[in-house]
Design a protein around this ligand. Structure first.
Ligand code: SAH
Length: 348
């Protein structure tokens, strides 16, 4: 019989599960604390439980482990990138960014991605599978264990589309912010989506306090379609409406992300259209000069162009920043490290 994935049980679920195998409620609490506060990797570490109970746990449950397949430390800034190997051999990547306000981890939500954005390295091999809740939590837990440093912020902007793995993603948010676990404030969590309209609407009703980042990348339906196949499914007007709904029901300002691609979406008319679209919306616009991906021939605009673009938007009253590049020397952009390793293995 397959052992059960104990890290994927929420606090309430674990208490019920422990009760169902005849344990008292406080035993469940102890186990949860070992797993999600003390970040135990093995039942043998749970020293306030009887040996017999630990052995029983070990027979029926597993604490999913990830191996660190690679770790790259940037020379430019305090950023590190991790390539983790999951129990089934699949690999995912996570990035640790140190800021003056705390440590932030960029988490992957799927192995690969099926959204197919043209400029994105994660899209190249398609979707392999969804990540389990334990595998999303595991990225943060493993980074805390390795570095000995506390993580205070999370961005779900690694490989994958979180809203395409909806149930596990929402459970992950609840568990990582649960006071019985790492207790990371939901206000310090941002999740990014390419714009799956029904899922954004559903997320608006979950009662969460996370920031939603919407990958816009184009100032019109037509331009968005050129870069993002998902735009064939959902009209830009519907996407914006769903974002408005998210803001209304959560009070959390939307972040719009706009990866600037030279000659494609960085022209004057783009800035004008974009201003018109965002004007009057209580939002933040993040401009990201596109990270060149080996397999794609997109280029980033030069610094002067990017600044001009930003200034135009600013003049129109849009709250806009250019995202500071981090870890560009360590394949910091989504999916790049995973691709590199996949590539080098095929060449062997
Ligand atoms: N699937 C989600 C989250 C993962 S990608 C989404 O689409 O939002 C996180 C952000 O990085 C997205 O805005 C994505 O469009 C952007 N991105 C992906 N590849 C990029 C690249 N090569 N250069 C710049 N931004 C990129």
């Amino acid at each position: 019989m397959d052992k059960k994935d104990i890290l994927s049980y929420s606090y309430e679920e674990l208490l019920l599960e422990m009760e169902s195998i005849g344990e008292k409620c406080f035993r469940g609490k102890q186990v949860y604390s070992w797993l999600h506060e003390k970040l135990a990797e093995d039942f043998s570490q749970m020293t306030n439980l009887s040996k017999e109970f630990r052995e029983r746990l070990n027979e029926q449950y597993e604490i999913k482990k990830m191996k660190t397949a690679a770790r790259q430390i940037s020379r430019n800034d305090p950023t590190e990138k991790f390539l983790f190997e999951l129990a089934d051999g699949n690999r995912i990547e996570s990035v640790l960014m140190r800021y003056n306000y705390g440590n932030s981890v960029c988490v992957s939500s799927q192995v690969g991605c099926r959204m197919g954005c043209r400029f994105c390295a994660s899209a190249i091999g398609g979707l392999e599978r969804n990540l389990e809740v334990s595998e999303m939590l595991g990225q943060i837990y493993q980074i805390q264990r390795i570095t000995g440093e506390r993580v205070s912020n999370i961005v779900v902007m690694g490989t994958g589309e979180p809203l395409d793995n909806y149930g596990n993603f929402v459970k992950f948010i609840r568990m990582v912010s649960d006071s019985h676990g790492l207790h990371i404030s939901q206000r310090n969590i941002t999740a990014s989506t390419c714009g799956i309209v029904p899922a954004i609407r559903q997320l608006a009703e979950e009662g969460l306090q996370i920031t939603l980042a919407l990958s816009l990348h184009g100032s019109s339906q037509e331009k968005r379609k050129q870069l993002m196949p998902v735009a064939n499914k959902y009209e830009l007007s519907e996407v914006l409406e769903a974002c408005d709904r998210y803001f209304e029901s959560t009070g959390r300002r939307i972040t719009f992300e706009y990866s600037m691609v030279k000659g494609v979406n960085d022209r004057e008319e783009d800035a004008r259209e974009l201003s018109a679209m965002l004007k009057g919306r209580n939002c933040h616009l993040n401009l990201i000069p596109v990270n060149p991906v080996k397999e794609r021939d997109f280029e980033k605009p030069n610094r002067k162009n990017a600044l001009q673009f930003k200034n135009k938007l600013e003049k129109n009253g849009i709250n806009v920043t250019i995202r500071k590049e981090r870890g560009s020397d360590i394949d910091g952009a989504c999916g790049q490290l995973r691709r590199k390793f996949a590539g080098s293995e095929k060449e062997k």
